[in-house]
Structures are given as structure tokens and as C-alpha cells.
Design a protein around this ligand. Sequence first.
Ligand code: GLC
Length: 435
Amino acid sequence: MHDRFARSEWFRHDRFGLFIHWGAYAVPARGEWARSFERISVEDYQRHVDAFQPDSFDPGAWADAAVAAGMKYAVLTAKHHDGFCLFDSKLTDYSTMHNGLGRDVVAEFLDAFRSRGLKVGLYYSLLDWHHPDYPAYGDAYHPMRDEVAWKDRTHDFDRYLEYLHGQVRELCTRYGQLDILWFDFSYDDLTAEKWRATELVDMVRELQPNVIVDNRLEASGAQKGSIVTDAPTPFSGDFASPEQIIPTEGVRTESGEPVPWEACITLNNHWGYNAFDMLWKPSELVVRKLVECVSKGGNLLLNVGPDAHGRFPQPAVDILREVGAWLRDNGESVYGAGASTLPKPEWGRYTQHGDTVYAHVLEAPVGPLALTPLRPDQVADIRLVADGTDLPLAGGWHSPELNENALVAFGPDQTSTYPLPDPVDTVLAVRLSGR
Ligand code: GLC
């Protein structure tokens, strides 16, 4: 067993976390890539940095929203690609300590979330569009990538790496135990040892022996890196991080071993606050996508971008609360559960914990539901998870081939058709008999 399985035990149990993208980009409110997309210079961006004076920043309220959603951990952007730091770094003045706000947002976030029993992680951007020693002209993404005036500018990438390693050391030494470090991301030749990744991960493991690290020191949201090979590098990470997609079959190594993974997905279509993005994913969809991740052995890290005041958008708060209501009734099919040994049924999905299979029924049957491929003698008992109701196996159906399946009815008359008790996802706990 890989160390990553031991290290990620809590993570694979907890399944559902909150991603928070927040920074000066909340002010222009066009997402965290605005500087790159719109070729905004550091100088022109400064007015947003200056204006980033959130008057309603209350990490306790964020943590309450996460708890209400049934989330078990959270990851905050300590620094995003714009280079603006949300923590008290001795290595730069480009932070919330020095833009007039005078607050260590990371420290406040960690306190609030830990005090509510949540695990905590920090996102740290490998890209830095503010640091003078980060590649600019000709880089794939830097805001000044095609600015001719920048063509002959020299930079010293080693000096940037000293800064990057130094900031990661700060995060690993000054903020107590971190549960996740989320590096983002590698591209072109800026990958792996270009970041001095072995040295970086050695330092992280020494300072934070329990932390789990994502796979982006050698990958992006689109590739996976050597975590899926049989010869992973020391910096291959503890989990894969598919972005804005749920992998069709989960994530496995070349030889078929499961790999811990976490799909990071936005609640609308942006990470950082976007004032114009109203395309919120409804709570029904979030519940089903969370269940889909678990049914494939993965986690869901769901993102909210707080606005420039520091508030979660109201639609996000409402959706999170609705997801939490479902999880309060059905959480045992998610927390501690994972992929089932049974194949996916046509009417929904299975998750599993030990000898209990959770049937997530997404489509109502006509008559009783066939718990394919289980036979009646393979089922010890069936319970409706939401309220504990014991449901008997249905039998004696008129169609002989159906009687080979374990059947369950959602009402007293097994020949009748009933609506599902929960149209979002009706969960049955099916205890296997071991036969
Ligand atoms: C990306 C993006 C980004 C976001 C992230 C989350 O690679 O650059 O803005 O932070 O992934 O997965």
C-alpha cells in the first residue's frame, strides 16, 4: 500500500470539501484569470489590490456555511496566480497585511474552520504574475506574454524558486497543522524539478508529516502526472485533481490500482467571484455529482468565490444549505463510503461501506426495483436510509426472470408504482448476507 493511502485516510472518508477562491480579483469581479485574459499590468491591477478592503469578511460565517452543507474540509487560496497573498509573508509586501487591510486572512480562515471541527488546506499558486522573476514574455499565461516591451527583460527564475520555497516554508511552519497543500499548476516545461519539486516536497513532508499534497507539481487539472503510473515520482502527490469534470471510471494506476482523487468543481462557472455568472448548479445536481464521485471512489471539492465584501453569494449559501439537508438524512452513504464492488445499476448508482451497499435510486421503477445484480439470498435486509424504515424484499412477481433479482417496493403493494420518497436521490442501505 502506498503511503498516500495511509495519509489520505481521513480524506477518503470525508469525501466532501469546500474550495474558496478569494483575493483582489473579487473587486473587478470577472474571475481570477482577469489579469491574464485582459493583459492587465501589475500597475493597472493595483487599484483593485488597494480596493480589496472587505468590510464583511467573517470566516466564521464561511465555516458555518460549510458545516451547513455537510462539508468536512476546506481549502483556501493563500496565493493565486496574481501573486497577491492572503497571509502574513515576510517575503513580500504584496499581501492583505500591507494593502491597507492589515489582516492575515489565512490565519483567520484556519482558526474559524478548525474551531468547527473541519480539516483545513491551503492552495498555493506555482504561477506568479506579480513576482519580477517569474517568466513573463513568451510564457503561456503571463499577462505580459506578448508585450514587446517585455521581450528583453531579464529574470532570475532561481530567485523566484527561493521565494516560492520560502513562502511554502512559511505556510508550513507558522500556521499549525495543515491537512492539505494544493499546489497549482504545472504546464509546458514548468513542471516537476523545474519547481525543485523533490526538495519542496521533502521540506513539506518534514514540516507537515500528515499533510496530503495534490498532484499538480507535475500536472494540471487536465493531466494526472505520475501518480497514475507504477513508478510515481516523490512529488506525484497523494491525490489526483481532475478539474471541472468527473472522470468516467474514477482514477486508477496503469495496473488498475485505485488512486485517491478529488474533482474540483465550481458552483457556478467561475472560481473567483464573478458578478455576472448566474449559472448556479442546483442542489439536486450537486447531490448527485457528489454521489457520482463517491461511487467512483473520489471526493468532491466544491468551490465558492466570495465577493469583494467577503460574503458568499446568496445563491451559494442557499444551495449549500439544501445539499446539507440531504446529507443530514443520507450522509452514511457518502462519509466513509466508496466505490461498490457491484456494477452500476441502470436506475442510479451504488456506493458501499463494508458489507452495506447504498442504492442511490435516481429513477423510479414501474413496480418493484431490481437491485441488480443481487439475488434475493444475497440480501440480509434493506433500510430506507433517510428515516430508517425497514423495507422487505418483494417477491412472487409475475415475471419469473425478475424473481431472480432482489426486488424492493416503495409502497405496500408491490405491483403498484410509487413516486420515490426523495426525488433528488432516494438511498437504500442494502446489507449483504455474504452469500
Ligand atoms: C486552475 C486555474 C484556476 C483554479 C484552479 C482550480 O488551474 O488556473 O484559476 O484555481 O485550477 O482547480
